[in-house]
Design a protein around this ligand. Structure first.
Ligand code: RI2
Length: 304
């Protein structure tokens, strides 16, 4: 898929999930690089255009931006089309491989945190969180899962089907039933779209309410996230942009009076004090360690 098609598919949610959109963007840049380019100047122009269209497709998940940065590492110094092509194709493949491996590693560590006979709650559709659940099931643990519908886009339907296909005992609930079922839950596992330098986790709208309910019931609230979802920009004061999507995701046309306003933010931020741990591919960290991990993974100025 080329960069324009990929950006459209991301915007339209045909490709969704913070990890998936990151891998798709890396692959789209590789596609742009592999086209015929007259000279390095023309190639640079086209790559920058692809980069801009991809990063503008969805604003919240920093994974998308970080994947693009990873793929373009060293590109500015390339002197020939051949050199640039080889570099971008190599970087893109490397990112996709690292990303897929990270999810597998998170699954292995996550499974170790899931005890036999556990009841798990998950929100939305996170491949990292689901990998932990599926790995626990494959490791022979008897588990039950409650999955939220995740309004408005209803990614919960993807989650329950994915888990049911694996033979996992899964129950779907509406988002507002979270507090009602929380007393049955042993651990909450959710994904992340962006993690800020202070350890806040930006994830699907409703995540922070799930965290509050878990906190009240003393249920561990654990985030499953690859380290490329950490936002180096947040260290320099940039706020995470919370995407607002169309009204028709909430109500059909003519369903409500014309003078009713609709507000449809699709992500929210959970403060670090409600997070018991973040399972990453390099280990289980506490939200207070995000800053150090960020410096280790990204350096201090590289992403400015
Ligand atoms: P993985 C999704 O966003 C959800 O918020 C999910 O928790 C997060 O990305 C992380 O997903 P959306 O694209 O990377 O459905 O773990 O809006 O798959």
């Amino acid at each position: 898929m080329n960069a324009d098609e990929t950006a459209k598919a991301i915007k339209d949610m045909e490709i969704r999930g913070a990890g998936r959109i990151a891998r798709a963007a890396a692959e789209a840049l590789s596609d742009t690089a592999s086209k015929d380019h007259k000279n390095i100047e023309a190639m640079k122009k086209e790559i920058i255009r692809s980069k801009d269209v991809l990063t503008a497709s969805r604003p919240t998940a920093v994974s998308l931006y970080n994947a693009v940065q990873y793929t373009l590492k060293g590109f500015d110094d390339c002197k020939s089309v051949k050199e640039a092509k080889e570099l971008l194709i190599k970087n893109s493949k490397e990112f996709v491989t690292l990303s897929n491996e990270a999810v597998k590693k998170i699954g292995i560590m996550g499974s170790r945190r899931i005890k036999d006979n556990s009841v798990i709650l998950t929100h939305c559709n996170s491949s990292a969180a689901l990998q932990c659940i599926k790995q626990a099931h494959r490791d022979g643990k008897k588990i039950k899962v409650y999955a939220t519908e995740s309004r408005p886009w209803r990614q919960g339907i993807l989650t329950v089907n994915e888990l049911a296909k694996e033979g996992i005992d899964v129950t779907m609930i509406i988002d507002s039933a979270v507090r009602t079922v929380m007393k049955k839950i042993d651990i909450v596992l959710v994904g992340a779209d962006t993690i800020t330098s202070n350890g806040s986790v930006v994830n699907k709208i409703g995540t922070s309410q799930v965290a509050l309910a878990a906190n009240e019931a003393r249920v561990p609230f654990v985030v499953c996230s690859e380290t490329y979802k950490i936002s180096p920009q947040s260290m320099y004061g940039d706020m995470v942009t919370i995407e607002e999507r169309n009204n028709d995701e909430i109500v059909k046309k003519n369903e409500i009076s014309e003078n009713v306003k609709i507000f449809n933010p699709v992500f929210d931020s959970t403060p670090p004090k409600y997070i018991d741990g973040i399972i990453t591919e390099i280990g289980i960290i506490n939200p207070g360690s995000v800053y150090e991990i960020m410096i280790k993974q990204f350096g201090t100025t590289e992403f400015r």
